[in-house]
Ligand binder design. Structure first.
Ligand code: CP
Length: 323
């Protein structure tokens, strides 16, 4: 793992929330709060990325993360390159590092990378020039740090003290980078209790989520929870299609319905990172119901990515002025 924080104390890369200390995470959250506006207000913007160039390289499908990184960069006045990976020279056999070196020669300052391979963002961060930053936009089932940050910000907007919260994550936790980064973020803030709910084959190894409680009974797991996060079945990460459960059978046992949600605290919030499969892991009336903060998560995603871009380009600025 490359050093994410430079010797001058500035955040340079964001590969994982592991290894970041609480003051660093709090500084990102505080900056993100300055980029939040009411839904009917003008989108926040500033010029902190004027004269910086951001390249988005998404080697896995994405709607929210890709759109919000692009909007975040543009609202900070960056120049933005969205590489169309399907028509890039990677299809002719060029390695990802050769792609990076090629774009770096075109004066890219920040690479935003999503890839299905564990370790790819870290490998790129080790390889780039000293003035260049790398942001992980979703890595295999391992890490999705900006999602963890936006989830933490969303919970803080709705709940007073993370220390007193019972947070229940229900679904395909084993294959979820969202759950891993959410757990890392919540544990940094001393979450009261973290519960993981799903069939045995969807629950991770205990050492993957130290301190979390595992439940195969959804009603028991959700009892009294203050935050309920539903997860999609990560079908693209199954070795064999035959292992994917039947949608209807799964929904009956683990779908987040109003009937199941009634066992949580009456003021519980409902989260989902998206994309949602309504009728498989969550019922439509829960996704769109008054307890849902799913749209807040989306809005906060732009704010968090603006904050991260602004903070890491501060590092680039420090390197430029010292050279
Ligand atoms: N939450 C999330 O990562 O969504 P996308 O896959 O649409 O980016």
């Amino acid at each position: 793992m490359p050093e994410q924080v430079a010797p001058n104390g500035k955040l340079r890369h964001l590969i994982s929330l592991k290894g970041l200390d609480r003051p660093m995470v709090e500084s990102v959250l505080a900056k993100a709060r300055t980029y939040i506006a009411a839904p009917d207000a003008q989108a926040p913007s500033d010029t902190s990325l004027t004269n910086y160039t951001v390249a988005n390289l998404f080697y896995e499908a994405s709607t929210r993360t890709r759109a919000s990184f692009e909007l975040a960069a543009r609202r900070l006045d960056a120049k933005v390159l969205n590489l169309d990976v399907n028509t890039s020279s990677r299809t002719k056999g060029e390695s990802i590092l050769d792609t990076i070196y090629t774009l770096q020669a075109m004066h890219i300052d920040v690479f935003v990378v999503r890839d299905a391979g564990t370790g790819v963002p870290a490998m790129i961060a080790e390889a780039v020039a000293p003035h260049v930053c790398v942001l992980n936009a979703g890595e295999s089932d391992t890490s999705h740090p900006t999602q963890g940050l936006l989830d933490l910000l969303t919970i803080q907007q709705h709940k007073q003290d993370i220390k007193n919260l019972k947070v229940a994550i229900i679904g395909d936790v084993r294959r979820s980078r969202v759950a891993r980064s959410a757990a890392e973020a919540l544990q940094l803030f001393d979450v009261g209790e973290l519960r993981l709910i799903g069939p045995d084959e969807f629950l991770p190894d205990a050492e993957d989520f130290p301190g979390a409680h595992r439940f195969t009974d959804a009603t028991a797991g959700i009892q009294g929870a203050d935050v309920v996060m539903a997860l999609r079945i990560q079908k693209e990460r199954f070795d064999k299609a035959g292992e994917i459960p039947d949608n209807n059978a799964y929904f009956r046992r683990y779908g987040l319905t109003q009937a199941l949600l009634r066992h949580a605290d009456k003021d519980a919030i409902v989260m989902h990172p998206g994309p949602m499969n309504r009728g498989t892991e969550i019922a439509s009336d829960v996704a769109d119901g008054h307890q849902s903060v799913i749209r807040d998560q989306v809005a906060n995603g732009v704010a968090i990515r603006m904050a991260v871009l602004s903070i890491v380009t501060d590092y680039v600025r420090s390197m430029r002025s010292s050279s």
